[in-house]
Design a binder for this molecule. Structure first.
Ligand code: SF4
Length: 507
């Protein structure tokens, strides 16, 4: 039996674990790695079940739906890309299961074809924040800073749900005497906070009146492709105008690597790329280890949009929610990869595998370099010099800088048509981003249950325009007009944390 040291790709913490290779006919197993400094051996439910995500159906090598040898699929991808104009091309990789080396290779592949439409999912935020504040988006903080904080503000973040291993750090900080305050629409799970500042959904702006609360604190929030840019500006403003630090967690493991390595390349907002596809301006898309329809809200709409492409190339270890890709190229699962990632603390972590397959696919289409050359380039661009990779060190450090941000306004949620008096609030989590529905219900208040005439065993119908979802419900301690979902529903958020929805008893 072979035991590999590996990393969980469920979120940007990158918990260390062991994956025990299966004997003939047996399944892989996950074991705890107590020496891992990111998580000290502990794992959340996603990490404990990690082996099951490696049992999905593998991707095949295909051209126009016909299974081919890998060389043929690579050759077809190269030829097809050559036939496109640079502005008609786009390259997307949500950095959950890609290594730094693959990012370097991916960027040079896009550059080889003169393409500047490259997205790792977060590009639009760089357009709304001052350059001096970009380091907050790019780099996180070591967890020792959480352990040692005296005051922690959880800003619309429920650690037990969003980033489970962060919750342990907050509990540790509390043991060390920290005061934990949550600013949210409803109390977080398991009463982790000492104090709750409840925000009325239509009055997020009013947090400004409590600015002094943020003095001398560590503000912990989240940045995802769906974060309202106004809310990000708001967090930055709170940070800049008080004596505080801001720590933004991200859902994708190698977000920091993607930010730092992609810095000087052509960047384009993910949603703008999809708009370009919709308008017929972007005709070809290369997706690297990204199940776009599985990861994004309104996945069906995304699949419909991409069906308009002349050319969709998917490089992935597993089958995705798309069935329209003209060319599919099979890479290796994440745990088999040779390479590194940077977690949200700034630790450079080795994945633990030996395979260079994913990287070599891109290098065969592009520059044709060897792994070592690309690895050295990644190290150089991350500023690692000649040092050995060591998970016990924070190699990518951030320096706090002073910056100014104009006092932001948070616009009221759009929508609000007849009957839309409820707000849908997504609490994202590792299952959410990996296209897995771990909970098949939404949470509502006891008052809403009464108001909607619901009984045990009923289902609710939640609708926003044409988008509808029918699902079970659970009663929770929530404001009357809030519908909370940890599952990805068919409803896309409009512009912010909340989306106005019609809610009724499903017939
Ligand atoms: S906290 Fe994140 S990285 Fe750690 S086990 Fe859970 S999903 Fe994986």
């Amino acid at each position: 039996m072979k035991t590999n040291s590996s990393i969980c790709h469920g979120c940007s913490i990158g918990c260390g674990l062991y994956l025990v290779e299966s004997e003939e006919g047996e399944k892989r197993k996950v074991l705890h790695r107590t020496t891992s400094p990111m998580n000290e051996g502990k794992l959340c439910r996603f990490g404990t079940d990690l082996h099951t995500y490696y049992e999905r159906e593998t991707m095949i090598n295909s051209v126009d739906g016909k299974e081919v040898k890998q060389d043929e699929a690579i050759k077809a991808a190269k030829e097809s890309l050559k036939g496109m104009k640079p502005e008609e091309l786009a390259f997307i990789a949500l950095p959950g299961t890609i290594t730094n080396e693959e990012i370097v290779s991916f960027l040079s592949l896009a550059a080889e074809f003169g393409c500047e439409n490259v997205s790792f999912g977060f590009e639009r935020f760089f357009g709304v924040v001052p350059e001096e504040a970009a380091y907050i988006i790019e780099k996180g903080l070591p967890f020792s800073e959480v352990d040692g904080a005296s005051k922690i503000i959880l800003f619309f973040l429920d650690p037990f749900v969003h980033y489970p291993l962060l919750a342990r750090r907050i509990l540790k900080a509390k043991k060390n005497g920290a005061k934990v305050i949550e600013v949210s629409f409803a109390k977080n799970e398991r009463g982790i906070a000492d104090e709750t500042v409840l925000v009325v959904p239509t009055e997020v702006e009013r947090i400004k009146e409590k600015k002094e609360l943020f003095e001398d604190s560590l503000i912990i929030g989240e940045l995802t492709p769906y974060t309202n840019p106004q809310l990000l500006s708001f967090m930055l403003w709170l940070n800049a105008s008080t004596a505080s630090r801001l720590f933004l967690l991200k859902p994708f493991l190698n977000s920091t690597g993607a930010f730092l390595l992609g810095k000087d390349s052509g960047r384009k907002d993910l949603f703008e790329i999809l708009e370009g596809v919709e308008k017929g301006e972007i005709k070809a898309l290369y997706l690297l280890e990204t199940d776009l329809a599985g990861a994004m809200l309104g996945g069906e709409g995304v699949a419909e949009t991409t069906s308009k492409l002349d050319l969709l190339i998917e490089q992935n270890a597993f089958r995705t929610h798309f069935d329209t890709a003209g060319i599919t190229i099979c890479s290796e699962p994440f745990f088999m990869k040779k390479g590194t990632v940077v977690n949200v603390e700034g630790r450079v972590l080795e994945i633990g595998g030996e395979s260079e397959k994913g990287l070599q696919i891109m290098e065969s289409i592009g520059k044709g370099r060897k792994y070592e050359e690309v690895h050295e380039e990644a190290k150089k661009r991350l500023g690692l010099g000649d040092s050995e990779i060591n998970e016990f060190e924070i190699a990518v450090k951030r320096e706090e800088r002073k910056f100014e941000v104009a006092e932001p306004k948070i616009e009221k949620e759009e929508g609000g048509g007849a009957g839309e008096e409820y707000f849908l609030w997504y609490k994202t989590n590792p299952f959410f981003w990996n296209g897995i529905r771990a909970k098949n219900f939404v949470e509502i208040s006891p008052v809403a249950m009464k108001e909607l005439g619901l009984f045990r065993g009923d289902e609710v119908e939640i609708a926003q325009g044409e988008q509808k979802e029918r699902i079970g419900f659970k009663i929770s301690d929530l404001p009357q007009n809030l519908v909370l979902s940890e599952a990805k529903l068919a409803i896309k958020p409009l512009q912010g944390l909340l989306t106005r929805v019609e809610t009724r008893r499903a017939e």
